[in-house]
Design a protein around this ligand. Sequence first.
Ligand SMILES: [Zn+2]
Length: 397
Amino acid sequence: MAFADPSRSQKRQIIKNKGGSPPWTHLEPSRHKSPGARTCQVLLCSIEYSLFVGDNIFDRLLRRVHTGFMETPDTLREAIIWFSDFEHCREFMMALRWPDGVVKCPRCNSEKVLWISKERVWKCYGKHDHLKFSLKTLTIFEDSPIALEKWLPAAWLLMCCKNGISSYELHRALGVTQKTAWFMLHRIRLAMQDGNTGGMIGGEVEVDESFIGGKARNMHKDVKARKIRGTGPEGKAIVAAVLERGGKVRARVVETRRKHTLQKPVRENVKPGSTLYSDALKSYDGLEENFEHQVIDHAIEYVRGNVHTNGMENFWSLLKRGLNGTYVSVEPYHLFRYLDEQAFRFNTRLDGDGEKISDGERFVIGMKQIVGKRLTYDQLIGKSKDAEEGQSPKRPA
Ligand SMILES: [Zn+2]
């Protein structure tokens, strides 16, 4: 699915000349005659700055962000107000899924569709099974009885809250059960999964690994007996990560700290010839064959000029703050989903020009990834044998 985003400088230009016509006004009028498509066209072609929120003298302009194809709220408060109206959810989802304003059947790509407002679905006139489709069809929201008015704020919370949001918090905030909230959050985490679509990373790259797991003294006697055998980091999960300085981090759960398991993610994700910075762990020996490998021995020093892994330390501290503070207890089986979540927020902190990405922009980046992904409850709890997209969950030994 291709989105024609104006560049950030173009967007800034638009914001500067508020009265000016945005780059998507040249879009051809919709050939589509369904009312849904018309709404979308209106949305795409008009920039309305005079929308007020609230109902008293503190009413103020609802500032909304240009995100290339539409406007979205810019703060959590605005998002909750904005998405409490189904029409706004519908406009948002339509602009997201059909940026050219023409609603197409997700199953056969036909434009011959009719909006049935009572059922909130479209009907396709093609010749196939399942003629009706909704805004949720073929997205992470598929088959969910939860309304978009709840899904969108939930996605906002998880995508934009630095330390994540627990299922208990979401359960109280949205008025859904805790189990539902837990399932919702995992589906949103699937959308946040990178899928390594950005190609290989390069330049200056930090490489590190970290142990993730509960402290033995906090564990119940039985849990401790099950998880901790012997001394050292046994019973803890190991996460290996590579980070391009000023760019993206990629993290995954690995089974051991042995050479082949730790070097595999490096070779898979980093362009040969890049500069690598790692600590003095023996498992990283040998990377100098393909990379410019610089080692910092943490027993002696933490920084030597440009040689350090401080970027990785920053990521670990954010990850652990989320895992220890917000989620408290994460099964190793689900750990990779929490890695996806933290990596998404980490990777959307700055844009290519080094400017901060706002919450509204981050939300749209994440929401663009909801299409074509699906996670059923059985898949989530490991009951289903269906292969799930992306990294398969692995229980550490
Ligand atoms: Zn169809």
